[in-house]
Design a protein around this ligand. Structure first.
Ligand code: GUN
Ligand code: FE
Length: 466
């Protein structure tokens, strides 16, 4: 059987692995032996295995040490779980960070819709989406939740590219049948729903077991969807087996957005009420931004099991400076992950997103006079990995190195060719630096040049990306 060999599987790693067990628990495992089976799943995770015992444990796992592929991680090299981008607009790849001086609704009308319109051209879509997905892989994004454009054909292509490039993804066709120029919207609620069902069927056909790519319902937000469209999407959720279809939307993001939503839907108390009434809140729902929530809304999304995509760069730099109360959400046990919100956010790097999450949380700590303490290093790392997996409904599959999960991982190389260099611009590692210090230096100053390898389901992807 040549296939497992082509994929480089099975494989074992010996050395340092860093992951979280929950928001409070970071594990830095040194001398760890991790065995990936030929399906790309974590078969065994043995802790505290000195070099001379490695072969014994490989034998214990039922393998033959002399022929089993084994990779030793040196000092300055370690494995972390792949990053999970819980909120990304793939058709905004070419407009990241544009239009910082505008409010959200102006930015959509003046910058964004014209960009997304280009994806009616499927050749353009193929080129741009390939660039976007490959850049994500390069930067260690092993899972992403994508908004496509309004176009069903281009969105099918996005799903195909994720599958071809082996990036794990949720892919949705954007629903919008009002409040945008007529050259950029669905012709009707019926057409929007028909195209959505077509996309769902297509994604399930190309990845029939949902191994990597799954469909997600993507009402852009209530402003661009009339009640016929929202209730039609709610019907799709109801027709599915419980909690099988994913949903994503923008939620309480900005003052102008909230005001316009109230005008269009005066019958609802707040946005939680609105989306709940249409049957769109559940454990597989991703609510992007979530800046201005009422008490009742927090209770509702907690009881429904929804997750929040925290996008600190986007909300701090698009329109007004806005800060989501992440500490409050964590205190309440609401699921939270991080999102780039490309192109409302200017960066596609999850390392940068973590750093901006720190900045926002520092501002909030000051503003609340210490009542909402800033994020700790391990908490931001949790949000970028396991927290994101929970938000995407994938916590049984990915997010950390638990036996039975898929091996989605990044191999980090912190030390460069000479003692005072690192790969890229990361702070040099000094002789006395502990693994805790090396890890902190990577999170705070590393970049994609320190991400030497990217594995999804055990497959090494980075070398296949230009
Ligand atoms: N609300 C509706 N559409 C969008 C979008 O494309 N980006 C952001 N950040 N918010 C939105
Ligand atoms: Fe967004």
């Amino acid at each position: 059987n040549t296939i497992p060999q082509m994929r480089g599987l099975p494989i074992a790693f010996h050395g340092t692995m860093i992951h979280t067990l929950d928001v409070a628990q970071l594990e830095i495992l040194q001398d760890c032996l991790l065995i990936v089976d030929d399906e790309g799943k974590i078969e065994k995770l043995y802790k505290d295995v000195p070099d001379e015992k490695v072969n014994d444990f490989i034998t214990e796992a039922g393998h033959t040490p002399d022929v089993f592929p084994l990779k030793y991680l040196k000092r300055g090299e370690f494995l972390i779980p792949g990053f999970i981008d819980t909120h990304h607009h793939a058709p905004q790849w070419a407009q990241r960070g544009m239009g910082r001086d505008q409010t959200l609704l102006d930015w959509l009308n003046n910058v964004t819709f014209a960009h997304e319109r280009k994806f009616e051209n499927v050749e353009y879509a193929r080129k741009m989406y390939t660039a976007c997905v490959q850049a994500g892989i390069k930067q260690g994004v092993t899972t992403a939740s994508y908004y496509g454009s309004v176009h069903v054909e281009a969105t099918k292509i996005l799903a195909e590219i994720c599958l071809e490039q082996n990036q794990r993804a949720l892919v949705g066709k954007c629903n919008m049948n009002r409040s945008s120029p007529e050259w950029y919207q669905d012709a009707s609620a019926e057409e929007s729903l028909r195209h959505t069902k077509e996309l769902v069927a297509h994604v399930r056909r190309i990845d029939s077991e949902g191994k990597l790519v799954k469909p997600i319902l993507t009402p852009r937000f209530a402003i661009t969807c009339d009640d016929k469209l929202l209730s039609g999407l709610g019907d799709i959720v109801k027709q599915e087996a419980p909690n099988t279809i994913h949903v994503q939307t923008h939620f309480n993001e900005a003052a102008d957005e909230m005001e316009f939503t109230r005008q269009l839907y005066p019958q609802f108390k707040h946005e939680a009420d609105l989306y709940d009434e249409f049957g769109l809140l559940g454990p597989n729902t991703i609510l992007a931004h979530s800046i201005f929530l009422e008490e009742e809304e927090m209770d509702r999304i907690k009881s429904k099991g929804c997750g929040i995509a925290h996008c600190p760069i986007s909300t701090a730099t698009l329109g007004e400076f806005m800060m989501a109360p992440i500490r409050e959400y964590l205190r309440r046990g609401i699921k939270v992950g991080l999102g780039t919100d490309v192109g409302g956010g200017f960066s596609s790097s999850m390392l940068e997103i973590m750093r901006h999450a720190f900045i926002i949380s520092k501002a909030r700590e000051t503003m609340t006079k210490g009542a909402d303490p800033a994020l700790k290093l391990h908490e931001a790392f949790f949000l970028a990995t396991l927290g994101g997996a929970q938000v995407c409904g994938l916590e049984d599959k990915v997010g950390n190195f638990v036996e039975g999960k898929e091996f989605d991982a990044l191999e980090i190389h912190a030390i460069g060719p000479d003692p005072y260099s690192s790969f890229g611009v990361m702070s040099p590692i000094e002789e006395e630096d502990s693994i805790q210090v090396i890890f902190e230096k990577f999170l705070m100053t590393g970049d994609d040049r320190n991400i030497a390898k990217v594995y999804v389901a055990g497959r090494s992807l980075k070398e296949t990306v230009p």
